[in-house]
Design a protein around this ligand. Structure first.
Ligand SMILES: [Zn+2]
Length: 277
């Protein structure tokens, strides 16, 4: 599908930066992420409610600061759309959709998702995936899938395509690594990783109830091996020493204030035409 001229120019610029040889330096990775994030911010309907956005950003940043890439300028934003998804851009720019936020019942359930996206950045999955593109055309098509610029009207940008395709493209091994990393990331932050299990099970149950047509469950349902992911988290929980979870937090008052605020806001916009619908 043809790109509009300015968007094509940006996509080509990113693609040519990606086509360079050798691993991306951290400066290159951050520049790529910052440029893509600026475009995303301009196109996505970001939630502007400070109580909600500050909470998500501070929880995400607290988790990220306990990782090997603590020094990145981490930033977490909330997309005001009823989609269960989240995605990470190179350099530490992370987006969580309101549909996912609203399904989480506790701080530790949200923390598991944030810890997972953080791990994709820590392991450079996002930037490596973009670097794999050989030549501008492939680069453009990846930028298209990241941003949704090549798909339909601007209102559907990214909401529809950005998160789910980026996520699906990581592949099973990268997702396994991100889940394992999330488990450790939340524990290091004093948060109970049990939240990962309960949230995954809730999403799996919602997927079952929807009869496989769970169009809004992209973060979870687009992935191979849903049952395997839950089993692996149960294995990791079972392998912890008996007292390892003592003192870890499952929830906090701030998260419950966020839940109350979200319930009082006008509902998130619904997105038609999600994959699987
Ligand atoms: Zn992932």
């Amino acid at each position: 599908m043809p790109l509009s001229r300015p968007r094509r120019a940006v996509a080509l610029a990113i693609a040519s930066a990606l086509a360079a040889c050798g691993p991306a330096s951290e400066d290159e990775e951050v520049a790529l992420g910052r440029e893509t994030a600026a475009q995303m911010d301009a196109q996505l309907p970001l939630l502007a409610d400070p109580l909600v956005t500050r909470y998500v950003d501070s929880l995400g940043t607290a988790i990220a600061r306990r990782t090997a890439r603590a020094d990145l300028a981490w930033r977490f934003a909330v997309v005001d759309a009823d989609v269960v998804n989240a995605f990470a851009l190179p350099g530490g720019f992370i987006y969580v959709y309101r549909g996912l936020l609203e399904r989480a019942g506790s701080m530790s359930e949200l923390a598991g998702v944030l810890g997972h996206e953080v791990e994709h950045v820590v392991r450079r999955h996002s930037v490596e995936q973009m670097r794999k593109a050989q030549g501008a055309q492939t680069g453009v098509s990846i930028v298209c899938s990241l941003t949704g610029w090549c798909q339909g009207p601007a209102a559907q940008i990214g909401i529809q395509v950005g998160g789910s395709l980026l996520f699906a493209r990581f592949g099973r091994e990268a997702e396994r690594e991100a889940d394992a990393g999330a488990f450790d990331n939340v524990r290091r932050s004093g948060i109970d990783p049990e939240g990962m299990r309960t949230f995954f099970e809730q999403l799996a149950e919602e997927e079952r109830r929807a009869g496989g047509g769970a169009e809004a469950l992209a973060w979870f349902a687009d992935h191979p091996g849903t049952g395997d992911r839950i089993a692996e988290i149960e294995r990791m929980l079972g392998a912890l020493p008996a007292d390892a979870r003592a003192g870890l937090a499952a929830d906090d008052a701030g998260f419950q204030r966020v839940r109350a605020r979200l319930a009082a806001l006008p509902p998130a916009r619904r997105v038609e035409g999600m994959p699987g619908s």
